[in-house]
Design a protein around this ligand. Structure first.
Ligand code: ZN
Length: 456
């Protein structure tokens, strides 16, 4: 049915729109997403599609467009964010972070991967429903939000909390997955189904000030050092989410003996494998033991520390920040309990302040939407879908909280490896290959059409 569509041309249209979006500086902070929203509004207007612009603060614009089908059915949201992280070394870029240059087979600019490429692709997919006058069930929503990179206060969080009626959806397609993993001659495409929770805690340890020439037992730096060492090396209990279990069951075979062993250990009760065991087991495989460890349990990274003003003065306090990421089934309270127990044990008094917190979120794999993505991956890409856990966070969590099944899936070509792409995100010379833009518009059009049972 969609064979008549010229994917090459649609890929070029996506490339063009992406290039235009990359020229708009939406660095967050401060954001200034309005210019991007207005550009998308203009793009949609040429097809007679109306948009609604919503702001929590001036300039922090969120765009919503909606197409209604001819019969009842599910609501599918094509979600993206238009803000980008700062480009800290503009001189290091081959084409400039806001050039939107199309050169050497890539589109270059801050946001090319994260995530104006998906913003552009979804806009083309959305407009096709109107342009082709597709007959479909349910509703198709296009939502481009502000402020993802700073936590979503002016974007997804604002929409989900203050306009839930406007963003109510059964299924949400968002960033995160769609990375091709090539393992032992087989290709797997990741579908992000689960994200870890986050707790940034500021810990203050007090002590007694004094002269550096007369050391005593109440130096807050020494006490903090002990506490940091203990909490950072603490092994939190294993909690294997269904998605992680399924991931290793599916790719396990392709990893040979190590993969089988790993899948078995994950399925079993108990605390195995430890990080040390993972390091040994995964030697010589492309799997990163630190990442696998982060899939399985709550982790802690000390990220900031501050104490003292003068070389010869023992300070009276030390402050540090701990970045905890927790798996579904675990809670902030449980982590705090561990932290306090360790502090008690060391005889260190602590004050704990929450800087940021959000819960882990997960969508089940047993849905029609997952099955459709899986089938489309198989038919269009000749590859297998695998559910995936994101150690970081996306806006998906806000929509999961109001009842949507949200997956991260933006399929990319195999031109660049996962490691190469991961290295470019939030980094200099961010770029996306043209093949990925053509591939994604084709695959996501088919996913959307199947989900809404569309026919031409
Ligand atoms: Zn992003």
């Amino acid at each position: 049915m969609t064979q008549t569509l010229n994917w090459k041309e649609l890929g070029e249209e996506t490339t063009q729109l992406l290039s235009e979006l990359l020229k708009i500086d939406t660095t967050n902070p401060p954001g200034n997403e309005r210019a991007a929203a207005e550009h998308l509004q203009k793009y949609f207007a040429q097809y007679g599609i109306e948009c609604e612009l919503l702001e929590k603060a001036p300039g922090r614009t969120n765009l919503i467009a909606r197409l209604k089908g001819s019969r009842p059915g599910p609501t599918l949201m094509l979600l993206s964010h238009t803000d980008v992280v700062p480009a800290t070394n503009p001189d290091q870029w081959r084409y400039g972070p806001f050039s939107g240059a199309v050169a050497e087979g890539y589109v270059w600019g801050r946001g090319a991967l994260d995530m104006k490429s998906m913003t552009a692709t979804e806009a083309v997919v959305f407009s096709l429903f109107q342009r082709l006058k597709l007959d479909f069930a349910g509703e198709l929503l296009y939502v481009a939000v502000a402020d993802e990179e700073m936590g979503g206060t002016y974007g997804a969080k604002f929409l989900a909390e203050e306009h839930p009626d406007k963003v109510k959806a059964d299924f949400v397609l968002n960033e995160g997955g769609g990375m091709p993993l090539e393992i032992d001659g087989k290709t797997f495409y990741t579908v992000d189904t689960v994200e870890k929770g986050l707790w940034w805690a500021r810990v203050t340890v007090k002590g007694t000030a004094g002269h550096g020439s007369v050391p005593h037992d109440d130096n807050p730096l020494v006490k903090s050092a002990k506490l940091i060492e203990r909490i950072a090396s603490y092994r939190f209990p294993k909690r294997v989410s269904p998605s992680v279990k399924a991931f290793f069951e599916r790719v396990g075979e392709a990893f040979g003996e190590a993969g089988r062993q790993l899948a078995e250990l994950l399925a079993a009760e108990g605390e195995k494998p430890s990080l040390e065991e993972l390091k040994q087991m995964l030697q010589g495989t492309p799997l990163n033991p630190y990442l696998v460890n982060a899939f399985l349990r709550t982790t802690c990274s000390p990220t900031k520390i501050q104490a003292g003003l003068k070389e010869n003065v023992i300070p009276d306090r030390c402050e540090f920040v701990l970045d905890f990421r927790y798996v579904p089934g675990y809670s902030r309270e449980q982590i705090e309990e561990v932290l306090k127990t360790i502090a008690d044990d060391l005889g260190v008094e602590v004050e704990i302040e929450t800087l940021q917190h959000h819960k882990a979120s997960e969508s089940p794999m047993e849905t029609d939407f997952y099955r459709i993505i899986e089938e489309t991956i198989r038919e269009e890409l000749g590859a297998e879908a695998v559910p995936y856990l994101l150690t970081g966070a996306t806006d998906s969590r806000f929509f999961r909280e109001i009842g949507a099944v949200a997956y991260g899936f933006y399929p990319l070509s195999t031109k660049m490896s996962l490691a190469e792409r991961a290295q470019l995100i939030h980094n200099d010379n961010e770029r996306i290959d043209l093949e990925s833009l053509e591939l994604s518009v084709r695959v996501l059009t088919k996913v959307a059409m199947r989900t809404l049972q569309a026919a031409m």
